[in-house]
Design a protein around this ligand. Structure first.
Ligand code: UD1
Ligand code: CA
Length: 458
């Protein structure tokens, strides 16, 4: 295998985004446009990935700092696509081939690009084209009588007749790096826009006797770029449709494939059911037969088999064991770990809480910095008072304990195994195993109580 360098052009300012954020950092599916292209390049097993950046360079590099082995090349002035590639060439090795991609064309698939790389490896200049109903604005593919591509003419320079051609240049091409180096060195900017056009390399290849192979992408959506927020929204929908289709292929029923959003990576088990308006963020793993009700958000979560999440629940950085039942209106915050069969009901908030199997927190409770055993029942309105205004303290509850409604557990505190806490208690000292703890104020009762009456002035 020859070396493959992928050069990603990303220096454009993206004025039409009307944004302080560089265009290639605007997200699709929760990830910057550029991150999608870098991932595709990685999928092609590129030996080198280069990004030609211009505007907002520091921000772009920071946003992609999680990516290892990306080479950054600055193009201080945007003098055209040919000039952009010229900035990268000093870092490229003549032994291999170069594939040119675009930071603002995020949906291109590795499968579509592979044939271009193969063609380049056998000595051709491979260009990716697309047939568009409305080709206005794009470079047109000019073919000779034999149907071979002989040059690309930019929209601004095209004759009226050429403008009628519907086969356009996507900008994506692959070719031997050594040949590219020679052609790019001889580009000029003697054209309507005063730019160095990468597209002029096609005519140079024909002059040199290098075969030019045009590959036509079947689905125009793959090569759609982002110039404004309307196009960004359009690509977001295309991306989400692809995610929904993948989830369905892998065994999830989506009650409406148009109303589920994946902003990260979701893996699904089989016979999963996802209701409408569910948002997945980060890395989410769904076991078999998981059911997710409408209007839920799941971010970085592992959901076990047979779990039911009822509507309007928020689950973040949490691990849910099998057969658990969550919601409706539950909020599981980071560090929540639920064992098998746990029930978390409405208006319950958990944070850094580990809850043992078959325990129930069914209504209106806050469980934070807590270690709760198995088969514990936590009554409505129970609060772990974990914060003294400065520090956080832990609450521990043993297996089989019963915490009555409206209990305040003033941490640090431990409730022993099988212990019972009476409703309305404020527990600030440990409760021994098996005991009853009750801090209720004694009841006072006055029979035949007469309420005060209003004094009238006469
Ligand atoms: C380019 C192609 C055109 C093709 C179209 C597809 C050329 C001369 N024309 O036109 O044939 O149909 O793309 O969208 O190549 N960029 C840089 N540095 C520069 C100039 C551009 O990094 O100096 C980047 C931009 O950020 C953008 C991409 O290259 O991602 C394309 O640039 P753009 O100005 O949009 O090219 P077009 O004129 O639309
Ligand atoms: Ca463009």
């Amino acid at each position: 295998m020859q070396q493959l360098s992928v050069v990603i052009l990303a220096a454009g300012q993206g004025k039409r985004m009307v944004s302080d954020l560089p265009k290639v950092l605007h997200p699709v599916g929760g990830r910057p446009l550029l991150a999608h292209v870098l991932a595709t390049a990685r999928g092609l097993e590129a030996t080198a990935r280069l990004v030609v950046y211009g505007h907002g360079g520091a921000a772009v590099k920071t946003a992609c700092s999680g990516e290892d082995e990306v080479l950054w090349v600055e193009q201080a002035e945007q003098l055209g696509t040919g000039h952009a590639v010229a900035q990268a060439l000093p870092l490229l090795d003549d032994a291999g081939v170069t594939l040119v991609l675009y930071g603002d064309v995020p949906l291109i698939r590795a499968e579509t690009l592979r044939p271009l790389v193969v063609a380049a490896q056998r000595g051709s200049l491979a260009v990716l084209t697309v047939e568009l109903a409305d080709p206005a604005g794009y470079g047109r593919m000019i073919r000779n009588e034999q149907g071979q591509v002989c040059r690309i003419v930019e929209d601004k320079e095209a004759t009226a007749e050429e403008r009628r051609l519907r086969e356009v240049n996507t900008g994506i091409l692959a070719v031997s790096t050594a040949k590219l180096r020679g052609w790019v060195a001889s580009l000029d900017n003697d054209n309507a826009q005063g730019e160095y056009y990468l597209t002029d390399t096609v005519a140079l290849a024909v002059r040199d006797g290098t075969p030019v192979e045009a590959f036509t992408v079947a689905d125009p959506e793959e090569v759609q770029g982002v110039n404004d927020r309307r196009q960004l929204a359009h690509l977001e929908r295309i991306y989400q449709r692809r995610q929904a289709e993948r989830l369905m292929r892998e065994g999830a029923t989506l009650l409406d494939p148009a109303r589920v959003d994946v902003r990260g990576t979701v893996t699904t088990g089989k016979d999963v059911l996802i209701d409408v308006n569910v948002v997945f963020e980060g890395t989410v793993q769904l076991g078999d037969r998981v059911r997710i009700g409408p209007f839920c958000v799941l971010r970085n979560a592992v959901i076990g088999d047979d779990v039911t999440v009822l509507s309007h629940s928020w689950i973040e950085e949490a691990e849910i064991g099998p057969d658990a039942k969550i919601g409706p209106f539950a909020r599981l915050r980071p560090g929540t770990r639920l064992a098998a069969g746990v029930h978390i009901g409405n208006f319950v908030e958990t944070k850094k809480a580990s809850i043992g199997s078959d325990s129930k927190v069914n209504h209106l409770a806050y469980i934070g910095d807590a270690e709760i055993g198995a088969e514990v029942n936590i009554g409505a309105g129970t609060i772990t008072c974990n914060y003294d205004g400065v520090n956080k303290h832990p609450t521990t509850i043993g297996d089989g304990a019963f915490i009555g409604s409206n209990t305040s557990l003033v941490a640090p505190v431990r409730v022993g195994k099988g212990a019972t806490v009476g409703a309305g208690s404020a527990v600030s000292r440990n409760v021994p195993d098996g005991s009853l703890c009750l801090t209720r104020a004694p009841r006072k009762e006055v029979a035949n109580w007469l309420r005060p009456v209003k004094q009238t002035k006469d």
